[in-house]
Each structure stands twice: as structure tokens, then as C-alpha cells.
Design a protein around this ligand. Structure first.
Ligand code: CP
Ligand code: NVA
Length: 305
């Protein structure tokens, strides 16, 4: 049984295979073909946090592939409330081929996966967002044609999205620079562990965003306060003020530099309208690719299981 709890669950060569499948399915979809590769297969989604892209990308992926999907809020599924998460996992695994989970605690997804007969996909936890990072690198590859020549600079909070991007870039040998205010950087133990697993990791930390973005071919940002951190919004606005992606920051990068954001964005905070709506912005291509990535990932995971 294969799960995707973090990107450590995938070998680099497997990511390359998944990207090839994503491309093939996307080309077919654009030509009007929807091969029913998952006919009769079922997916259950259990989410503790809100979602637009992740929920809809997996649901529409499943329908386009000929399968079916159900959704439960955590209140209905009762993750660690009405019954233990282990029991929920054992039950859902007997009904479904694949389960997507969006939780606060990352450990909850690990506990679920240990007890699941169905493939488990992390649809975001406080620690990681692997499907987003896979989509992001797929999108950069699709648009630029060569991941190895890119310098991706993530400006902002060292959060779940940043961790998964760092992991994905390490797996695919892409240069990744993270620029965060003091106290909000990627945790040193994470950086150490990444370097241990992949000594050739091209990861750099540079606290000054103006310096970090020199020669950047992609600037990426995410919200300053993630889901669950809403109470810190005002405090974080002050801390992150110098980390806004605006025209001045974009001007310090490569002239062809693309702008990316996993969305949802807080316009006027981590990114200005001017950048988000500019010709450099590929955020909606990125959002669309969540569905194509979900299709490739679902087909690949279910082929392995
Ligand atoms: N990017 C992303 O995961 O969006 P949602 O929170 O809307 O799923
Ligand atoms: N870091 C954000 C990502 C949302 C897709 C959050 O966890 O809320």
C-alpha cells in the first residue's frame, strides 16, 4: 500500500513518472478525452480545515477518471472525537480505495495511514502540503521546460507550503532559497535532516528578501497567517511587512521572473494586486494544474497499490 503523507514517501524517479502521467492526462483532457482509468474506484475526503482547490481538484479528478468521491467534514467523520482516528481509518479503508485528509495535526495523518487499507493522501497538514508542491514544480517544468535552470525564491512564512517546496526541490535538484523574518524560518532540524537525506540539496536561507531574489526565475509566496493562526494576523502583518511581494521586489529578480502563490491570497498583504494580476503571475495556471496533478497522482498511486 502506497501513501503520500509527505514527499519522503516518493523517490525522485517516481515524481518524474507522476509528472509524465500528469502531462499525458492533461494533453488528453485538452483534446477532449477523459479515459476512465479509475472506473468503479472510490475516494473519501475528510477535511478539518476549509478548502477550495484541494477538495475540488481531487473530486473533479476522480469524476473525470470515471470514479466517485464523497466528502466529510471532520465533525461528521468524527476524527478523534466520536471515535478514535484509528477506527475511522479502519472503516473508511474498507469502503474506499483512496482517502484524502486535511488536518491541523500532521501526526493525525500518520496515525490514519498506519491503520488504513486505502491509499492515504495528505491534503494539507500544519507541517506539509505535498500535493501543492508537486503541482508547483510540475507547473514550473511545464512553463519553463527546464527545472534545473530555475532559482525559486520563497518569500514569507516558513510554513507547510515552504517545507513541502523545499522537499520537492531537493528531490528534483532545484535551487530553492527561503527568505523569512527572524523566528519564522524553516526549522534548523528540518534543514539538517533534508541535507542528511540529500547532501546535494540546493537550499539556501537568506533573510533579506531584496538579496534573496537576485536572479530569481520564480518568486513564490503564501499567506502570513495560515489556517489556525488567524488570531496572529495583526501581529504578523507588522513582522512580515518587509516581505511583501510587490513590484519593487519583482524588479530585483530576473526580468522573466514568474510569480507563484498556492492561493488563497490575502491581496495587499503578502502580495500586491499589481503583482498578482501582472503578466508575470502564473497563479491560475498553477491552480488549474492542481486538478491535472491530482489525476496523475491518483492513477499512479492506485496502480502501485
Ligand atoms: N492551495 C490550496 O491548497 O488551496 P485550498 O486551501 O483552497 O485547497
Ligand atoms: N499555508 C496555508 C496554505 C493554504 C493552502 C495554510 O496552511 O493555511
Amino acid at each position: 500500500m502506497r501513501h503520500l503523507v509527505t514527499l519522503h514517501d516518493l523517490e525522485s524517479s517516481e515524481i518524474v513518472d507522476i509528472f509524465a502521467l500528469v502531462q499525458e492526462l492533461k494533453e488528453k483532457r485538452n483534446a477532449g478525452e477523459r479515459p476512465p482509468l479509475l472506473q468503479g474506484r472510490t475516494m473519501t475526503q475528510v477535511f478539518e480545515k476549509p478548502s477550495l482547490r484541494t477538495r475540488l481538484s481531487f473530486e473533479s479528478a476522480m469524476w473525470e477518471l470515471g470514479g466517485g468521491a464523497s466528502f466529510f467534514s471532520c465533525k461528521e467523520a468524527g476524527l478523534d472525537g466520536r471515535e478514535s482516528i484509528e477506527d475511522v481509518a479502519r472503516v473508511i479503508g474498507r469502503y474506499s480505495d483512496v482517502v484524502t485528509l486535511r488536518t491541523f495535526s500532521h501526526e493525525m495523518i500518520e496515525r490514519f495511514a498506519k491503520n488504513s487499507q486505502a491509499c492515504v493522501i495528505n491534503a494539507l497538514s500544519d507541517l506539509s502540503h505535498p500535493c501543492q508542491a508537486l503541482t508547483d514544480l510540475y507547473t514550473i517544468q511545464e512553463i519553463t521546460g527546464d527545472l534545473s535552470q530555475q532559482k525559486i525564491v520563497y518569500v514569507g512564512d516558513g510554513n507547510n507550503v515552504a517545507y513541502s517546496l523545499a522537499n520537492a526541490c531537493a528531490k528534483l535538484g532545484v535551487k530553492f532559497v527561503v527568505s523569512s523574518p527572524e523566528g519564522f524560518e524553516l526549522k534548523p532540524e528540518f534543514v539538517k535532516s533534508l541535507m542528511k537525506h540529500k547532501p546535494d540539496t540546493r537550499l539556501e536561507l537568506e533573510s533579506d528578501p531584496q538579496k534573496a531574489v537576485v536572479d530569481a526565475t520564480v518568486i513564490y509566496t503564501d499567506v502570513w497567517a495560515s489556517m489556525g493562526q488567524e488570531a496572529e494576523t495583526e501581529k504578523r502583518k507588522k513582522i512580515f511587512a518587509d516581505y511583501q511581494v510587490n513590484s519593487r521586489l519583482m524588479a530585483a529578480a530576473d526580468p522573466q521572473c514568474r510569480f507563484m502563490h498556492c492561493l488563497p491570497a490575502k491581496r495587499g498583504l503578502e502580495v500586491t494586486d499589481e503583482v498578482l494580476d501582472s503578466k508575470h503571475s502564473i497563479v491560475f495556471e498553477q491552480a488549474e494544474n492542481r486538478k491535472h496533478l491530482a489525476k496523475g497522482l491518483l492513477v499512479w498511486l492506485l496502480q502501485q497499490s
